[in-house]
Design a protein around this ligand. Structure first.
Ligand code: MG
Ligand code: MG
Length: 265
């Protein structure tokens, strides 16, 4: 069943989503060569707890950490560890929080130092695809319009692999709720979008094949061909004529401007 939110509920989801963005922005200065992914996770957890909120992923179906940190060929659901961040890595950081009973969910892929030109382009195209999908999240359109916009830009235009095994989702009093929001699909198909629908749109796009597999840790999803993958996500509310983006990448880009290690792309 789909729960359409009242304007008051959307404000709660906005607060949670903004806290996620603030968390990701806070991490920027710590994402650098020599740092462990575990340390990044600890900083995020402390920041969220300091803001009267709870990490949404920790304990979710047994997930052991606050963040999902997925490096290079890891697509999503990477577990923070003693792995040391290297120059040239791309680091997908996914974060969720629960505050005042409502969830926010957003992700960003960070290039560490000088990354390859093809990785940089993958990040830019995936980020643009997210916004092209969001543009379609208006009353009267359908889920398939969002899905198609993402697939068209990434797969049809740039020949990247669109991950199919993982998709976007409704967000609200639950981290994951109906409806499904795939990153591939047909225009004019699927659920008709109505006011009050809040969803996480999250393209996961691979440089090579769309095929993925799960590592032995039962969480980390990696590309089958070992080539890099990018992930960007916003929590949004469907609007009349224009969607509301509830999380905020501007905070992250402002932090990137001040960073010595994360470059714009
Ligand atoms: Mg997420
Ligand atoms: Mg999500």
């Amino acid at each position: 069943m789909i729960h359409y939110k009242t304007p008051e509920e959307i404000e709660y989801i906005r607060k949670s989503s903004l806290l996620v963005s603030e968390t990701l922005a806070t991490l920027v200065e710590f994402i650098k060569p020599g740092q462990t992914t575990k340390k990044i996770d600890e900083i995020a957890e402390a920041f969220i707890n300091d803001h009267q909120a709870k990490p949404a992923f920790k304990g979710y179906r047994g997930f052991p950490a606050t963040l999902c940190i997925s490096v290079n060929e890891e697509v999503v659901h990477g577990i923070p560890s003693d792995r040391i961040i290297q120059e040239g890595d791309i680091l997908s950081v996914d974060c969720g929080v629960k505050k005042d009973g409502y969830f926010g969910d957003s992700a960003f892929t960070f290039p560490v130092g000088e990354v390859s030109a093809e990785a940089k382009k993958l990040l830019r195209v995936t980020l643009n695809a997210l916004y092209l999908g969001i543009e379609k999240a208006v009353v009267g359109n359908r889920i398939g319009d969002i899905s198609y916009a993402i697939q068209e830009h990434t797969q049809f235009k740039h020949n990247y692999g669109v991950v199919r095994d993982l998709i976007g989702h409704g967000v609200g009093k639950n981290l994951h709720e109906e409806p499904d929001v795939p990153n591939y699909g047909k225009r004019g198909k699927g659920l008709v979008l109505k006011e009050g629908l809040t969803i996480a749109i999250e393209p996961m796009i691979n440089l090579g094949t769309h095929e993925v597999k799960v590592l032995d840790d039962k969480w980390t999803i990696v590309t089958r061909d070992g080539r890099p993958s990018a992930h960007f996500e916003h929590t949004i509310a469907v609007g009349k004529g224009m969607p509301q983006i509830l999380s905020d990448h501007n905070l992250i880009f402002e932090a990137i401007k001040k960073s010595d290690y994360i470059s714009d792309f």
